[in-house]
Write a protein that binds this ligand. Structure first.
Ligand code: SAH
Length: 344
């Protein structure tokens, strides 16, 4: 019999399962509390649950609890990068960033990735598998436990394409923002996607308040194709229209992520084209100096080029920030920590 993934269930599903075991409905809230508020690692820690029920749970359910393999701490800015092992031995990485507005955790949504973006380390070895909702949640829980402080913001910007793991991602958001769990405001949850158009449109219909970050990285279809294979399937214009639709449905301002790659997409004409592309959209542009990975020869733009790019976008009336690079001293770029660990 396949073990049930108890941490990925919402309160209703947990209640139905307990009912099938002949248990009273109020047990669901107790157990849910242990899982999503107390973040226990074993059924034995559930002190107000009878031994008989604990045994039944152990026989039927798997309790996801990630093992911390490694943590790297940045001396520059307090960023902490974690490597966690899943129960099948696969590994994922997550990052804690400390901001004035609170603690933000960046989680992975898959082991590896199949999107193939040229500058990204997470995708070099392809996709191994998608994460279950409980495995995404537990990255946040374990980090909160480790630092002994509340996590207030979550970004799904680690390894993986969250919209390529749509159903599990959606469950994760609902569990994370659930009032009986960590209860993180949906407005403090951001999902980053390379631009899977039908899934963006579907997400727009879910009536969530999460922020959509779109990895644009180019000002034209031609340039986007050079960096992101997903552009073959969904053209840049279609992607922008899907973002526009997301804003129309949710009222949430779109974030465009734009990694500046030296000599590739950082010229004045790129800024002008970009401004034209997103004109009229309620959005914000996040400029990220590309984080070079050793497997590719992309280089960062000169700091002056980055500033020029920003100034030019501002002239067109676009909200823009240059993302502060955090944790550069600790394999900050997506997928680097896991990859180096496996290589060793
Ligand atoms: N698959 C999702 C989320 C994961 S990547 C997505 O594509 O959005 C999170 C962000 O980091 C994306 O914008 C991605 O394009 C960017 N990124 C990945 N590798 C990078 C690198 N080496 N330098 C700068 N940005 C990078």
């Amino acid at each position: 019999m396949k073990m049930k993934d108890i941490k990925s269930w919402n309160l209703k599903e947990l209640g139905e399962f307990l009912l099938s075991l002949g248990e009273k409905p109020f047990r669901a809230k107790q157990i849910y509390h242990w899982l999503h508020r107390k973040h226990v690692r074993t059924f034995d820690e559930m002190t107000d649950i009878s031994n008989k029920l604990k045994e039944k749970l152990k026989e039927t359910c798997e309790l996801t609890a990630l093992q911390q393999i490694q943590v790297q701490c940045s001396r520059q800015d307090g960023t902490r990068k974690y490597l966690f092992a899943l129960s099948d031995g696969n590994m994922v990485e997550s990052v804690l960033m400390r901001y004035k507005h609170g603690n933000s955790v960046c989680i992975s949504s898959q082991v590896g990735c199949r999107m193939g973006c040229r500058f990204c380390a997470s995708t070099l070895d392809g996709l191994v598998r998608s994460l279950a909702p409980g495995e995404m949640l537990d990255q946040v829980y374990r980090i909160q436990e480790e630092i002994g402080e509340r996590v207030s913001h979550v970004v799904v910007m680690g390894t993986g394409e969250p919209l390529d793991n749509y159903d599990n991602f959606l469950k994760f958001v609902n569990l994370l923002s659930d009032e009986h769990g960590l209860h993180i405001s949906q407005r403090n949850i951001t999902v980053s996607t390379c631009g899977i158009v039908p899934k963006i449109r579907r997400l727009a219909e879910e009536k969530l308040q999460i922020t959509l970050a779109l990895s644009l990285h180019a000002s034209s279809q031609e340039k986007r194709l050079q960096l992101m294979p997903v552009a073959k399937k969904y053209g840049i214009q279609e992607v922008i229209e899907a973002c526009s639709y997301y804003f129309a449905k949710t009222g949430r301002r779109i974030t465009f992520e734009y990694s500046l790659v030296g000599g590739v997409n950082d010229k004045s004409e790129d800024a002008a084209l970009l401004a034209g592309l997103i004109r009229g959209l309620n959005c914000h542009v996040n400029l990220i100096p590309v984080n070079p990975i050793k497997e590719r020869d992309y280089v960062q733009s000169h700091p002056q080029e980055v500033l020029n790019f920003k100034n030019q976008l501002e002239k067109y009336g676009i909200n823009v920030t240059i993302r502060r690079e955090m944790g550069r001293d600790i394999d900050g770029a997506c997928g680097q920590l896991r990859k180096r660990f496996i290589e060793r």
